[in-house]
Design a protein around this ligand. Structure first.
Ligand code: 5GP
Ligand code: MN
Length: 337
């Protein structure tokens, strides 16, 4: 995003616009933090602003300011499509390719609005007019701060904006633990506390408000469903629909589960495999030099970051597991590098 782009965007936003902010399916803390951060900033103008998300998001994010105004595409297609169709400006937050919005894809691509992408995933290919794509950024939420700063509007960062941005940085850095946790991530997070974000309250909502079922699903997964392959420095956890039903699975209940695998000494590559309706979803995490992004892209029609990626498999859960395990030998050198 150049200085000239910023001037044009400032000009665009100087008159009332119908704005939609959208993000990827199964939104996480950064998807919601960046989207609601931008929402709480933009509603201070004369605009008509709505956050449209493809699918529901976890309970641990539902406290966020503006949550009650979010339109979920899968639950209210007609309204979501109307909003996308009528929008004059659409912000695409925290995704790099249109397939990441799932069933919302067609309506998003068909919309005539001026599209602005703000994201930190590599190789964006979304057709947009303006793009702030920074792979090094800890989170899209951090980039929302940069965007507001470039607009010269940091005085409009109120508590609602600050708490949203703080949440995105906190969750996408794994509580400031992943490799993406830069000095800048800490700095922006600190600035959000300056602007009124209550970091302990946010920690409490996100990490200390689990259902008993969720905590027990974690225990069950680690004791019963973990398979390790120390000869490849790899491991996986798989959960079937029956497993999920047994623990009354809710969106977000398996968030972070994959990280427990890489926390094990000698294990640097983790896969989480979950049966969904009609397909299998996979999450990959790497703590070494191995590219999770490449593994997801080459084998599971997916992508993401070098250290954290995801993909999908059309087939049964068992077939997905077998495919993952059968790939380990051909990646042995890279896995152990
Ligand atoms: P998670 O494992 O937490 O769902 O996702 C980890 C990372 O991989 C995120 O940055 C996410 O955007 C990306 N990712 C997850 N699933 C997919 C997918 O199906 N396709 C692509 N291209 N990226 C994905
Ligand atoms: Mn993100």
């Amino acid at each position: 995003m150049t200085e000239a782009d910023i001037i044009e965007i400032k000009e665009l936003l100087s008159t009332p616009q119908k704005i939609v902010i959208t993000t990827h399916s199964f939104p996480d803390g950064d998807a919601m933090g960046s989207s609601l951060g931008l929402y709480n900033f933009l509603i201070q103008g004369e605009h008509d602003v709505t956050v449209v998300v493809p699918t529901r998001y976890p309970h641990f994010l539902s406290w966020m300011p503006g949550d009650d105004k979010v339109v979920v595409y899968s639950m209210n297609k007609e309204k979501a499509e109307q909003l996308l169709n009528d929008a004059t400006v659409i912000f695409c937050n925290d995704f790099n390719t249109s397939s990441r919005v799932g069933e919302e894809e067609e309506a998003l691509l068909a919309a005539n609005a001026v599209k602005i992408l703000i994201d930190h995933h590599p190789n964006p290919d979304l057709p947009v007019k303006y793009m702030m794509s920074v792979t090094e950024a800890s989170s899209t939420a951090e980039l929302i701060y940069e965007f507001i700063e470039k607009l010269g509007d940091t005085d409009k960062i109120n508590v609602a904006v600050a708490e949203s941005i703080y949440t995105g940085i906190l969750t996408d850095t794994g509580s400031f633990s992943y490799g993406s946790t830069s000095q800048r991530a800490h700095q922006v997070a600190g600035e959000m506390i300056n602007k009124g974000a209550d970091n302990l309250k946010i920690q409490g909502y996100i990490y200390q408000d689990n259902s008993l079922n969720r905590v027990q699903l974690l225990g069950y997964s680690l004791v019963e469903k973990l398979a390790l392959f120390p000869e490849y420095g790899a491991g996986y956890i798989s959960l079937s629909k029956e497993d999920l039903k047994k623990y009354n699975f809710q969106p977000g209940d398996t968030e972070g589960l994959v990280n427990y695998i890489t926390n094990i000494r000698g294990i640097n590559f983790a896969t989480f495999i979950m049966e969904r309706n009609g397909f299998v979803k996979l999450s990959f995490r790497s703590t070494g030099n191995f590219s999770a992004n490449e593994f997801a892209r080459d084998n599971f029609n997916g992508g993401g970051h070098e250290a954290a990626a995801g993909g999908e498999f059309n087939g049964t859960l068992q077939e997905a597991i077998e495919k993952v395990v059968s790939l380990f030998p051909s990646y042995k050198d890279k896995l152990l590098s």
